[in-house]
Structure formats: structure tokens, C-alpha cells
Design a protein around this ligand. Structure first.
Ligand code: MYR
Length: 282
């Protein structure tokens, strides 16, 4: 039986405890303030990041992990396993996925399978957790990838940024060029299409955006499918707590998790952002 290791990047925002419990190795992306580069989750916490972002005049930027970091990680894991499944954030918003593929191709003694989550944050984390459970149950890498692909067809994520200028500045907002001027004044519901972030629906207020996301969740949850649901916030835990409570009350059978947009994703969404994503685990 092939021994399989699971790797994900830091934007899954799986806590250290979760990663240890599920035997998941994390490769961090970077957040850059001026001359200083921080590996997120290792050198800077989400709390420290949002504080710094508030105090800094020049806004931060981000970068993917170096190919060397992936190679080192794979080499270390390759001493104990034969295959590695890597779950990355969407290849439409970061070069992380392509870099992991390139690093994997350079190795001879271990086979690396890279899965593009086509999303990010805890929804990406759900894929890594599923992969880790399957690896522990003795499934092959091919079986794991095939299951992740089938889950991807049943996964949705919608979110809103309190201030769209961060996404615009970082060049991660697609399909909005024509109405960006007017969009900066509103709170459109955003989602991923073809791996990229595009506006889903133009909505004027945060209240309406959240109500719309909840109605989209209702469409899927009311069909009774076993859902993993993530409520994700950018330094606004109270908003997330309220949503988690409402969703748990409405769908007691679902597994509902609260998570956050950490430094790298927070750089592009800004504080006050909120998202809900769900995966049909059937
Ligand atoms: C890099 O520099 O390579 C990282 C770029 C990250 C862009 C993040 C854009 C926002 C993603 C929002 C995800 C919301 C998921 C629910």
C-alpha cells in the first residue's frame, strides 16, 4: 500500500491543532509590508495582520511560496511516503498551484498530485481534510483525487468585501472592469467562475448581500444533502458568530464551522469581509 502525505497551503487557514490532528503539512504564502516579508500563520497571525494593516499607510501585498519551499517540503515528506496530494488555492488567483506542480515534477522518488481547489480558505481546507481522512483509510492517491474532483462539482462559495478597492488594487477582481467605478460604492456578492473571482450579483448593502448568500445556501441545504458549511470573516468575528448561530439553528444536521480570512486573503479582501461556502459531502 502506498503511503500518502497531504499538503495544503496556508490560505486554507487550518489551525495548527487541526493540521497536527489530521497529519496535514502546510506551506505558507507571504504577506509583504514594505521591506518586510512575513510567512503567514508562521511569522504573523491574522490578529497581528489586521492591526498592522490599520496602522500602515502603504498597504501590504502578497506572494506565493517559492518553488524551493515546495521542493524542500516534498523532499522531507518523500522520506516517509511514496505519494503526496497537495491541495492549493485557486490557480486563477495565485501562482501557488503551478509552482507546486513544477516542484513536484522535479522530484523522482515521490509522486506529487496537485489538486486545484478553485477556491480558497476553509473550503480549500475541507478538501485537505477529506484527503487526509481518505489517506488514513488506505485509499490511493487516484481515489483521493477523484473524490476531490467530484466534491468540487458540489461546492459553492460566495463572499463580499467590505471595501472592494483591495481586490481591485491587487488585480484579483475579474469581469468588473466596466462598472468598477460604481461597484466600489456597493457590496456585490462575489464568487469563483473558471477559477477567478467575478461579481455574482450587484447588491447595494452588506445586509442584502448576506441575505442573498443565505438564500443561495437555502437552495442547496433544503435539498437535505449532508453539507459542510464554512462561515468566514475578515476580522469581524461577531458577524460570523451570528451567521453560524442562525445556520446551525436552521440546519442542525449540517457541520458548520467558523473560520477567518487570514493575512494573505485579508490583504485582498480587507477587514469586515464575510463569506459562506459549502460542500455537499454525499
Ligand atoms: C498570491 O499572492 O499568490 C496570493 C493571492 C491571493 C488572492 C486572494 C484573492 C481573494 C480570495 C477570496 C477567497 C474567498 C473564498 C471564500
Amino acid at each position: 500500500m502506498s503511503r500518502i502525505a497531504i499538503v495544503t497551503d496556508s490560505t486554507a487557514y487550518l489551525s495548527e491543532t487541526m493540521r497536527k490532528r489530521h497529519n496535514i503539512t502546510m506551506v505558507p504564502l507571504n504577506v509583504i509590508f514594505g521591506e518586510d516579508t512575513y510567512k503567514e500563520e508562521q511569522d504573523i497571525t491574522a490578529e497581528e495582520f489586521y492591526k498592522k494593516m490599520k496602522e500602515t499607510e502603504k498597504l501590504p501585498t502578497t506572494s506565493q511560496p517559492s518553488i524551493g519551499l515546495f521542493e524542500e517540503t516534498f523532499e522531507v515528506l518523500g522520506k516517509e511516503c511514496d505519494e503526496i496530494v497537495v491541495v492549493t488555492l485557486s490557480s486563477g488567483i495565485s501562482g501557488t498551484c503551478q509552482t507546486a506542480v513544477a516542484a513536484g515534477e522535479a522530484l523522482e522518488n515521490v509522486k506529487v498530485h496537485v489538486f486545484d481547489s478553485e477556491v480558497s480558505c476553509l473550503i480549500q481546507g475541507f478538501y485537505a481534510l477529506e484527503a487526509s481522512e481518505m489517506a488514513a483509510a488506505g485509499k490511493s492517491a487516484a481515489e483521493i483525487i477523484s473524490r476531490l474532483e467530484s466534491l468540487r462539482a458540489r461546492t459553492r462559495a460566495y463572499f463580499m468585501a467590505d471595501d472592494l478597492s483591495h481586490l481591485h488594487r491587487g488585480g484579483r477582481l475579474n469581469g468588473a472592469q466596466l462598472f468598477i467605478g460604481s461597484m466600489l460604492q456597493i457590496k456585490p456578492v462575489l464568487h469563483f467562475e473558471d477559477k477567478k473571482i467575478v461579481p455574482f450579483e450587484k447588491v447595494r448593502t452588506e445586509k442584502k448581500a448576506v441575505a442573498r448568500i443565505k438564500s443561495l445556501l437555502d437552495e442547496d441545504a433544503s435539498r437535505g444533502a449532508p453539507l459542510n458549511i464554512a462561515v468566514i470573516h475578515g476580522n469581524c468575528p461577531e458577524k460570523a458568530d451570528k451567521l453560524v448561530k442562525e445556520i446551525k439553528e436552521k440546519y442542525p444536521a449540517a457541520s458548520v464551522y467558523k473560520s477567518h480570512f487570514g493575512p494573505v486573503i485579508g490583504t485582498h479582501l480587507g477587514a469586515g469581509s464575510i463569506g459562506i461556502g459549502w460542500m455537499d459531502m454525499s
